[in-house]
Design a protein around this ligand. Structure first.
Ligand code: NAD
Ligand code: UD1
Length: 343
């Protein structure tokens, strides 16, 4: 099988290529414009698997350049479309940048899918499509509330574009995977997320604080109606997310009667509080983390976690990695980065 991955040098894309090389003999092509990653990812993939994908430096907003990759690589069996901007806060400040990049890239991928008759597509969606939801756990049939940010709205619109497109030709099959909170790094500690120097997300802020980049972590709120007062999230290891893409694509390859369009949550089904996440980190790293309790962060929901029944039933897939392993791998990666600053 020949697979095209967009955003293949990014965080989840690179882990997915690793999972593909580990579990299949598929040939992998990757398109990325390195707007949030670099070619060094491919070297890290090779360090772990002994293999590199064939890669193209292309901006997916450029239809002509994108089409060229497809026309020079006839016979692609499936696409996994990761490429997008993903920072919620930035999307509020720069909405047009998000609508332009995320939606035009998707439209161009679909145009190529149509022109080159590529039957299968997996799309990176997000639990942010559910908006501010109070029905727990979140099932795929839960109502999609208003998107809380332009980023989340690009995922809602993306899903609608895919549904409409799937109706145009019975050849096309699409699965949109709605990720909850992907965290951690490859268990070897040799590949992970390249976060900014002041990340908004919890896990990179924990590891950066522990390595000395920040004085302390602030826990955003301790007065939520949860078991210890801090927010609950469904953290899921990035390699589990990556593996789900391999399983989903295999499903499309093998099950010709699969629905033209389906959505599936990717979560562990377990909620973890911020304090539990910190405890897990302290346990595996044997380091005390400097943190204090601050105000609630604007826009945060107190508790959200997935109902993962559909992933089990439809894909036969379940996340395997524990919160301790998520933290251990994130910590190994942070240490790798401090020893290899060129990354
Ligand atoms: P990432 O930024 O690490 O990877 C995205 C990759 O796409 C980057 O390498 C970037 O350079 C590339 N890219 C962006 N725009 C492009 C364009 N126009 N042309 C070519 N390449 C382009 O992000 P990630 O965490 O790996 O996320 C992958 C996907 O998963 C995204 O669609 C994201 O919205 C979605 N998602 C991520 C999370 C998360 O927490 N990481 C959660 C839910 C959904
Ligand atoms: C955020 C995004 C979500 C995206 C997800 C990907 C927002 C509003 N939502 O979700 O769309 O899919 O990342 O991983 O940005 N926390 C602290 N201190 C910190 C950082 C975080 O206490 O310094 C807490 C937060 O309040 C939250 C939890 O840790 O309760 C997780 O935060 P974060 O990693 O930012 O993820 P989400 O807010 O769930």
């Amino acid at each position: 099988m020949k697979i095209l991955i967009t955003g293949g040098s990014g965080y989840i894309g690179s882990h997915t290529i690793i999972e593909i090389f580990k579990n299949t003999d598929w040939e992998v092509l990757s398109i990325d414009n390195y707007s949030n990653s670099s070619e060094l990812s491919y070297q890290r993939i090779e360090d772990i698997t002994g293999k590199k994908p064939t890669y193209f430096n292309v901006d997916l907003r450029d239809l002509e350049a994108t089409e060229k990759v497809f026309s020079e690589n006839i016979g692609i069996d499936g696409i996994i479309h990761f490429a997008a901007f993903k920072a919620v806060g930035e999307s509020v400040e720069e909405p047009l940048m998000y609508y332009d990049n995320n939606l035009n890239s998707l439209a161009n991928v679909l145009k190529c899918q149509e022109k080159f008759k590529i039957p299968n597509l997996i799309f990176s969606s997000s639990c942010s499509v559910y908006g501010n939801i109070d029905e727990l756990p979140v099932t795929e049939s839960s109502h999609l509330a208003k998107a809380e940010s332009p980023y989340a709205y690009t995922k809602q619109i993306g899903e609608v574009m895919l549904q409409d497109f799937a109706k145009t030709n019975p050849l096309f099959k699409t699965i949109a995977l709605r990720y909850f909170n992907p965290v951690g790094a490859h268990l070897s500690g040799l590949n992970g997320e390249l976060s900014s120097n002041r990340p908004n997300n919890l896990v990179p802020f924990i590891t950066q604080t522990a390595i000395g980049k920040h004085d302390k972590l602030t826990v955003f709120g301790s007065d939520y109606p949860t078991r210890d007062g801090t927010c609950v999230r469904d953290y899921i290891h990035v390699s589990d997310i990556a593996n789900a893409h391999v399983v989903a694509l295999k499903k499309l390859f093998e099950e010709k009667s699969f629905p033209a369009y389906d959505v599936i949550n990717l979560g562990t089904g377990n909620g973890v509080t911020v304090l539990e996440a910190i405890n897990a980190f302290e346990k595996v790293s044997e380091k005390k983390l400097n943190f204090d309790i601050g105000e609630r962060r604007d826009g945060d929901v107190g508790e959200i976690y997935a109902d993962n029944t559909k992933a089990k039933q439809v894909l036969g897939w379940e996340a395997k990695t524990t919160i301790d392993e998520m933290m251990d791998s994130a910590w190994k990666w942070e240490q790798y980065l401090s020893e290899n600053p060129a990354n």
